[in-house]
Design a protein around this ligand. Sequence first.
Ligand SMILES: *[C@@H]1O[C@H](CO)[C@@H](O)[C@H](O)[C@H]1NC(C)=O
Ligand SMILES: *[C@@H]1O[C@H](CO)[C@@H](O)[C@H](O)[C@H]1NC(C)=O
Ligand SMILES: *[C@@H]1O[C@H](CO)[C@@H](O)[C@H](O)[C@H]1NC(C)=O
Ligand SMILES: *[C@@H]1O[C@H](CO)[C@@H](O)[C@H](O)[C@H]1NC(C)=O
Ligand SMILES: *[C@@H]1O[C@H](CO)[C@@H](O)[C@H](O)[C@H]1NC(C)=O
Ligand SMILES: *[C@@H]1O[C@H](CO)[C@@H](O)[C@H](O)[C@H]1NC(C)=O
Length: 566
Amino acid sequence: MVGLRLPVPVPLILCLVGLVMGTYLEPDQTLSIPEGWIHVGHVTPTDDVILTFALKQQHIRELEQLVGRVSDPDSSQYGQFLSLEELSALVQPSSETLGTVRMWLEKYGIQECETIQTRDFLMCRTQARIAQQLLPGCQFHRYMKDGQTVVRSTSPYKIPDELSLHIDFVGGLHRFPTQRQVLSHKRDTQGQARAEFHLGVTPSILRQRYNLSASDIGSQPNNSQACAQFLEQYFLPADLSEFMQLFGRGFQHHSEVDQVVGQQGGGRAGLEASLDVEYIMSTGANISTWVFSNPGRHESQEPFLQWMILLSNMSSVPWVHTISYGDDEDSLSVAFMQRINVEFMKAASRGLTILFASGDDGAGCRHVAEGKNTFRPSFPASSPYVTTVGGTSFKNPFQVTREVTDYISGGGFSNVFSMPDYQASAVSQYLKNAPKLPPSTYYNGSGRAYPDVAALSDNYWVVTNRVPIPWVSGTSASTPVFGGILSLINDRRLQKGLSPLGFLNPALYRLQVNGSQALYDVTEGCHLSCIDDLVLGQGFCASPSWDPVTGWGTPNFPELLRALLF
Ligand SMILES: *[C@@H]1O[C@H](CO)[C@@H](O)[C@H](O)[C@H]1NC(C)=O
Ligand SMILES: *[C@@H]1O[C@H](CO)[C@@H](O)[C@H](O)[C@H]1NC(C)=O
Ligand SMILES: *[C@@H]1O[C@H](CO)[C@@H](O)[C@H](O)[C@H]1NC(C)=O
Ligand SMILES: *[C@@H]1O[C@H](CO)[C@@H](O)[C@H](O)[C@H]1NC(C)=O
Ligand SMILES: *[C@@H]1O[C@H](CO)[C@@H](O)[C@H](O)[C@H]1NC(C)=O
Ligand SMILES: *[C@@H]1O[C@H](CO)[C@@H](O)[C@H](O)[C@H]1NC(C)=O
């Protein structure tokens, strides 16, 4: 919208024509309340809220090009990562942006703000009534789920037109906390209760399947890995040590987390948190491990966003991060996703490897109407700057044998991000050769395709609240397993004086071009999608080489290590 130029101070205009003036920064953001959240009531006008301003960064194109070079094994700049200070110098907002935003906030008396090293986010505390004046349209309410309360607005906000040049979006208004959640139940596929016969996935089964010998453990004190939790999810140190006592035989490992960033609540452990920590430390054995726990404790903050912001304020963070957060692409604003994508580029420029679970709904389904349904991609799984991990199960439930598609394994094509160069030839091969593709109206074959890789996601043992639990499943199991394996590769690279892997995908897709054995190709099985007359619940199917169900496949450690020690 073009701003009216009236010779009146801005706040007065807002009072007079508040409904007309201003720009919606996130007009496409879903405003509905996700399932399970209950409206508790209006927020008292004097209650504190924290608004998170994503300030426009500079030199994003240069950042993108730099990430391309430092992640490309064929470039002379491969592995020459930036320090946080160097990254800040590149992307921090212009002084015009910083000044304009500060003046706008000061006009409303908002002064209690905090920033970070890269200066591209500003978190300001103010009263709800002032926030509602600052961002016309928003209305704060309190919602509750599983004992957690959040403050959110279910109506859209505007900012003055001239500020829209300086702000990407305002966080802390709309998005509710979400996370992929693991399940523990016996799954019945193809009519047989497979789980009944299988002894279940444990660290020794994984280490056997992925060819990790007893000596394949970490040895470098400067290596580290992390997982992040965004719901009220905690792990109990006692669970981890019991898990390692029960299942940690045959390989050296740590039984304690080295650093918890954020607060660990009291009370019971979460299955998800227990799973992540127990398995990243089983494949990434003897490697220093951190847990990012519930950053964004204030009820008006977005925990996932706060975690991303925190990374840009810590000059020293682990090299590998595994995360199970995910949301439907169509429920998030493009402004939010594009900015988060830049945050992933920032991480890549520093040499961080970020892995996301691909999701547990196969291709997903956006129910519109018979004949109009489409698949439903998930974000950040669909970001071109992360490595996305799908899921498999054993072909023969009695043996450690080859893997087939786990039918829940998330995968597909982004509707927001276009296909990155590194995967173009692999994906076009798939689209050309796949024996049975779903109708093309269900997906956008020119979008970023995922997952990139996979690992077992079915039938895990997890110790939680001191009890060993079987049948735990989901791509939030495969993600820490793959993350730990990449940490081992980082370890060998550090030992040789090489850089850490950083953003893996360009190297991953490149090494596969010559038919490497670094990943076990998964070629059997299809994943879930819309249950309608056209696709009958079936999404994409695995096939030789890359596919949008299991990516390139699952790790064969000795070969993957050999391939990635350049
Ligand atoms: C960022 O780190 C600095 C110190 O390194 C700290 O003073 C500041 O509060 C941090 N900002 C946030 C938002 O946590
Ligand atoms: C991986 O392990 C399998 C089964 O033990 C074995 O057949 C295969 O040769 C191993 N591959 C490599 C590359 O070590
Ligand atoms: C475990 O890692 C540490 C460094 O963090 C190293 O000193 C130690 O030798 C490793 N343990 C084994 C058995 O290799
Ligand atoms: C498909 O995706 C591309 C890039 O991601 C986008 O430019 C195009 O508009 C999309 N097409 C449809 C029909 O959504
Ligand atoms: C990690 O330590 C090794 C020596 O053990 C050293 O060669 C390497 O440069 C260090 N890497 C980083 C990123 O600090
Ligand atoms: C693939 O093989 C060709 C020919 O042997 C070689 O020149 C090239 O470097 C290889 N590429 C990779 C990524 O290993």
